[in-house]
Design a protein around this ligand. Sequence first.
Ligand SMILES: Cc1cc2nc3c(=O)[nH]c(=O)nc-3n(C[C@H](O)[C@H](O)[C@H](O)COP(=O)(O)OP(=O)(O)OC[C@H]3O[C@@H](n4cnc5c(N)ncnc54)[C@H](O)[C@@H]3O)c2cc1C
Length: 464
Amino acid sequence: MKTHEYDLLIIGAGVSGTALLYLASRYTDLKRIGIIDKYAAPARVNSLSSNNSQTLHCGDIETNYTLDKALKVQRAANMLKNYAVGQADAHHIIFKYPKMVLGVGEAECRQLRERFETFSPHYPNLKLLDKKAIARIEPAVAMVDGGFRDDEIVALGATDEYTAVNYEALSSSFVRQAQSVTDKQIDMHLDEYVKHIKIDDERFLIETRYTCYQARAIVVCAGGHSLKLAHDLGYGLHYSCLPVAGSYYFTPAVLKGKVYTVQNDALPFAAIHGDPDVLVPGKTRFGPTALVLPILERYNIRTMPDFLQVFRFDKRVAKVLLDLIRNRDIRNYMLKNILFEIPLVRKWLFLKDARIIVPSLRFRDLKFAHNVGGIRPQLIDKDHQKLLLGEAKIDTGIGAIFNMTPSPGGTSCLENAEIDLRTIVQHLGAHIDEEAFKQDLLGEDHRHTDTDFTGRILSGEDAA
Ligand SMILES: Cc1cc2nc3c(=O)[nH]c(=O)nc-3n(C[C@H](O)[C@H](O)[C@H](O)COP(=O)(O)OP(=O)(O)OC[C@H]3O[C@@H](n4cnc5c(N)ncnc54)[C@H](O)[C@@H]3O)c2cc1C
């Protein structure tokens, strides 16, 4: 058996793991850093460009975020933006499109007007848009058959912001930048499936099929599989995992940018949105749906045993599931999402939801997006008997951290990596170059570039 020894070993080369690889290589004095993934390239699971909505969440148009949560996400989004716009290939990573959240009907319009009062001081680009203003940005949202739609609509939106990210390209960029650091050992091991993690004499032993890696500290960023590896080590046993898959539909390019809808508080990931797909020009992608599936990785049935291992079904999990089903909104929503997977029926049902955004959409415009959409590993906290909605972290306090990252895990990759980095650096007695970190990632938008509304970044000459 070969052995490799690291100060820090990261398991999982999605956007979370590669962000940490980048931060640890660039901003610490750790000398030996490794990253392992079971696939042949980084970002093949939820960070794959087709498996998520590619949104850079800033908090202003996500109506399920309170101001506190929104400002936290805004900081994370700014870190990502500061990194991305500084890259030579920024135009492959980050994109500008108009964005808005659409309120339909009196109650939602009132809610958005109130939100504008609270949020606009913190979001200077945010505008309250009436029907005419919406029509100027997104004609298909405000107009039907050449006239304005009849129902009351209002939107909150911005037209000159970075709103989309190719998280797959971002992951590759993090790896490239990490590997360009020359005075350190930065290793990437692909096609290596981590089977077990053990602790031996204050070191972690990470076993794959042919190799036993040793590390002084580990951070596991393996999506739902993080929980499985944590359970193996005896941590996080009070968590169960509920995998929520998301599917999408393509239509012709009816939207210029991202159009979100108002979330139902009981169902924070339920409202669909329409988005350009950064890799599929000429189309709009609507979704995601939300379907609970007994697998940890979309389109990978071999992850079913892993799901059964992390589900840890018992009375407390049953109670959380029963509470969810007892809520009429959630029950109906779950049923609808089961129907969303049945060919033909699903198109009619989905059309009804998509028409809230674009009233003139026709049945024949919708095409189910096959092999698109990942799985959000939502955790159930058995001790408090509730479903957790954001990212979750198990910090063992002994130099091992396990991350489970549903939405907005792409947006918060650098901020989440920063949290882990600080914990690991303290554990190992290492140091962070705070000055460089702050200057590169926490600065204001000092490298602003102009873009047109197609998402293409315009260079200085183009813009002039
Ligand atoms: C439908 C959907 C829409 C979303 N939309 C957005 C959005 O618009 N904006 C946003 O910010 N976020 C969004 N998210 C969330 C975002 O996609 C994820 O939070 C993010 O991609 C998670 O990255 P990760 O690196 O933690 O996990 P992943 O990208 O899933 O990477 C985990 C890695 O671990 C590896 N791995 C797993 N087990 C092992 C093992 N045993 N050994 C070795 N390697 C292993 C896998 O191969 C994989 O590469 C969305 C998610 C979904 C599902």
